[in-house]
Each structure stands twice: as C-alpha cells, then as structure tokens.
Design a protein around this ligand. Structure first.
Ligand code: CTP
Ligand code: CA
Length: 223
C-alpha cells in the first residue's frame, strides 16, 4: 500500500477534516443540535484519502461511514470538538473545518431531567469557542487552513469576512439560497474565495464531486 501511495499528490501529508453537527446538552435526555448530515465532511475526508493523505476525521454525531480507512475521532459537543482539533492541528498540513459547530450552548447543563412545570421556559445560552478562529490564531507558515461559510444573505461579504477574520487560506461559501445545496442534500453548490479574494463559482454537483473541486483548489496552493 505504501508503494501505491508514493505517486499520489498528497502522499506524506497529514490532513484534518471535521464533519457533522455538534450536540449541546440541556439535560441528560435533551440537546440543542442542527440538521448537518456530515455528508460533505465525509466526502472530503474520503477524497483526501484517495489522494494519498493520512486523514484524521473528527466527527460530531452522524450516521455517515467513511469508505476509506481513516483515523476517526467521534465527539459530541463543540467543547469536545475544540479539544480534539487543538490536539490534532499542530501536526496537520491541511485542515478543513466542515463541521456545523453550535454557536451557543446552554449555560448550565441540568444534572437531572428538567420536569415540565410553568407554561414558559427560558434557556440561557452562552457562546461556544470558535474552533476555526482558534486554529487560525495558531496557524504556522506552511499550514493550510480552510473554512466553510454557510449563509442565507449578503453571502459573499460574509464569506470574505470569515476568510480574513479567521486567518484562512480558502473559504468555501455554501449559500442556502441555492436549491439542492446544504445540509441534508446529496448535492451542493459552492463558491470558493482564496486569500487574494479571487472567486471561483462551481456548478451544482454531488458532494463527492464538490469534495474533488475543494481538494483541487487546495492542491493548486501547494504546487
Ligand atoms: N466554526 C467553528 N467553531 C464555531 C463556529 C463555526 O469552527 N464555534 C467554523 C465552521 O466549521 C465553519 C466556519 O467556522 O468552517 C464558519 O461557520 P459559520 O457558521 O458559517 O460562521 P460563524 O463564524 O459561526 O458565524 P455565523 O454563524 O454568525 O454566520
Ligand atoms: Ca455559526
């Protein structure tokens, strides 16, 4: 297998990919989550492995299975994902943060099931750490860091803002205005911006094909 890998474009490279949602506990039986299926991140992890990379996949709760033999780390919450990412990042040549990380979590996690009582219930939430921005601060020269931007309006400006604020090399814009794009779908429509803010628009494709386009954009940067 090592001999087969030798001719591959990412042979010897370590790649970190995150995928899926995070779940933020409310009490022992409930959580705040989102509709991320994990499909895009798993497709990316598989494509990196096909290119010969040594892939670590940090996955939130998802039913996805990878087709390749990857190092998979399963996590639940944003805090778990942050810890797993920090420990894998220093060693990683290419990192793609595809996970739909919760922005807020309950400030207190009830240790027992919350019983129904009053007609209204207010949950107090606090911000989670921004994993991608944390990695962006730690990034050393030679490391490539790629983020996603999921937007419904003013998409290009927000995407470019994330590229700059989080110290990214590429940002992949996922507009929820495009039919067939997004969370549960098997297809996706993306636009990529690089550091020079050059824009590449892609057609609607299967997530496997989208993963290839993202990897191609990354390969261009390391040649
Ligand atoms: N991200 C992260 N940690 C968080 C939130 C987001 O690492 N706590 C990452 C996502 O994985 C994605 C990128 O940041 O690669 C952008 O996520 P997105 O939700 O589009 O943007 P936010 O910065 O969270 O801002 P907002 O949700 O307000 O648009
Ligand atoms: Ca967010």
């Amino acid at each position: 297998e090592d001999r087969i890998k030798q001719g591959m474009p990412l042979n010897g490279k370590k790649v970190l990919v995150t995928a899926g949602p995070t779940y933020e506990a409310i009490d022992p039986v409930r959580f705040i989550g989102n509709h991320s299926s994990g499909k895009m991140g798993f497709a990316l992890a598989d494509e990196f492995a096909n290119l010969g990379a040594e892939v670590t996949l940090i996955a939130g709760p998802t039913a996805q299975q990878s087709t390749n033999a990857l190092k998979r780390v399963d996590v639940i919450s944003a805090e778990d994902m942050l810890k797993a990412c920090i420990s894998a990042f220093a060693d990683s040549d290419i990192t793609v943060m595809c996970a739909a990380v919760a922005d807020y979590r309950p400030k207190v996690v009830a240790s027992q099931k919350i019983k129904k009582q009053a007609d209204d219930l207010t949950l107090e939430l606090e911000k989670t750490a921004d994993i991608l921005a944390t990695l962006g601060k730690e990034k050393k020269s030679g490391q490539i860091l790629v983020g996603f931007a999921l937007e419904t309006h003013d998409e290009e400006n927000y995407a470019k803002g994330k590229l700059e604020k989080k110290n990214l090399d590429l940002v992949v814009l996922n507009s929820l205005n495009d039919k067939g794009a997004g969370f549960k779908s098997d297809t996706n429509k993306i636009t990529i911006f690089n550091k020079a803010l050059e824009k590449t628009v892609f057609e609607m494709k299967s997530k496997t094909e989208v993963a290839k386009d993202i990897c191609t954009a990354i390969l261009k940067m390391i040649k």
